[in-house]
Design a protein around this ligand. Structure first.
Ligand code: NAP
Length: 296
């Protein structure tokens, strides 16, 4: 029951209607019988600073941040964790207990990525990774793979300049043994690079609901069976790309696992309690099935 003692967290984004985070976190609070509540908070871009000040004034404990605010919030936070700074984006905010006007930014996306590949039995160390896309999700994946000591990370983007920009950012900001490369994205380059890779990551929205028949992998071509294919898209849970991988005997990882793992880390940051990951995963899957049923 929501009462005067309910602790509040929420999601700041624009839009936020389709996010799974409210059902995921509220399922976790229910499982642990915690008097907490997670609310969606639609905030247009020009209202971000006002919304953050309001969060603190209303006694919120923290918030998640999603598109399009992950980068822009950095400018209005009191402090930013080294990881969020390195990624140039925050997805988790904490209202500091000692000073309710102070808001700290963290990033749990890269740790969520690492946990998801580890749970699938994939070891980043010494691996060759191929990332398709050069946006925020790609940055989290690149950071995680550098931290995990991958041998090479190749970023393919339809605008090669964007892939170069991301590679240059990490080359300058993270001194590491991982070799970073950028190249243009087309069917031929994807197939050629994948032949030599251990991990293929889809960090584009291709295949996301409602365009569920879309895939970055060209139809009619076999996915190399030695590849681990990680589709960061989580709606649907089993994307066209993951279906193509499975039909060729390649191992697949759903973006839902990264969503749940990053959520579990945000949950711990706010509550100092281990998240009930299985309940969170189940709640997300149920919500996706419910939405799929509703949409026909
Ligand atoms: P973003 O910052 O907008 O970046 C999207 C990237 O995909 C850009 O490089 C974009 O290239 C490329 N792209 C878009 N449409 C494409 C197409 N039709 N063909 C080829 N490339 C295309 O978005 P993001 O935040 O990185 O999110 C990407 C995906 O990851 C989304 O589906 C999101 O839901 C998912 N995601 C999942 C998690 C998780 O926890 N599982 C977390 C974050 C994001 P251009 O610049 O050329 O448009």
């Amino acid at each position: 029951m929501i009462d005067a003692r309910t602790q509040l967290v929420g999601l700041i984004g624009w839009p936020v209607e389709h996010s799974l985070s409210p059902v995921m976190h509220n399922a976790a609070f229910a499982e642990l019988k915690m008097n907490w509540c997670y609310v969606p908070l639609p905030v247009p871009p020009h209202e971000v600073a006002t919304a953050l000040a309001g969060l603190a004034a209303l006694g919120f404990r923290g918030a998640n941040v999603t598109i399009p605010h992950k980068r822009s919030v950095l400018g209005v936070l009191s402090s930013v964790s080294p990881q969020a700074r390195a990624l140039g984006a925050a997805n988790t905010l904490v209202i500091e207990k000692h000073d309710r006007k102070a808001i700290r930014g963290e990033n749990t996306d890269a740790a969520g990525f690492s946990a998801a590949i580890a749970a699938a039995g994939f070891s980043a160390a010494g691996s060759k990774a191929l990332i398709v896309g050069a946006g925020g999700a790609a940055r989290a994946a690149i950071y995680a793979l550098i931290e995990g000591k991958a041998e090479t990370v190749t970023v393919l983007s339809r605008r090669v300049a964007k892939a170069r920009e991301v590679v240059d950012w990490f080359t300058v900001t993270r001194q590491s043994s991982t070799r970073l490369r950028a190249a243009g994205l087309n069917a031929e380059s994807l197939i050629a690079h994948a032949a030599d890779a251990d991990l293929l990551v889809n960090a584009t929205p291709v295949g996301m609901w409602p365009a569920v028949e879309g895939s970055i992998w060209p139809e009619g071509n076999a996915v190399p069976s030695h590849l681990t294919v990680f589709d960061l898209v989580y709606n649907p849970d089993r994307t066209r790309l993951l279906q193509q991988a499975a039909s060729c005997g390649a191992r697949g990882i759903s973006g839902l696992e990264m969503l749940v793992q990053q959520g579990a880390r945000s949950f711990f940051i706010w509550t100092n309690r281990q998240a009930p990951i299985e309940s969170m995963r189940r709640a997300c899957k149920q919500q996706l099935m419910h939405e799929a049923g509703r949409m026909g």
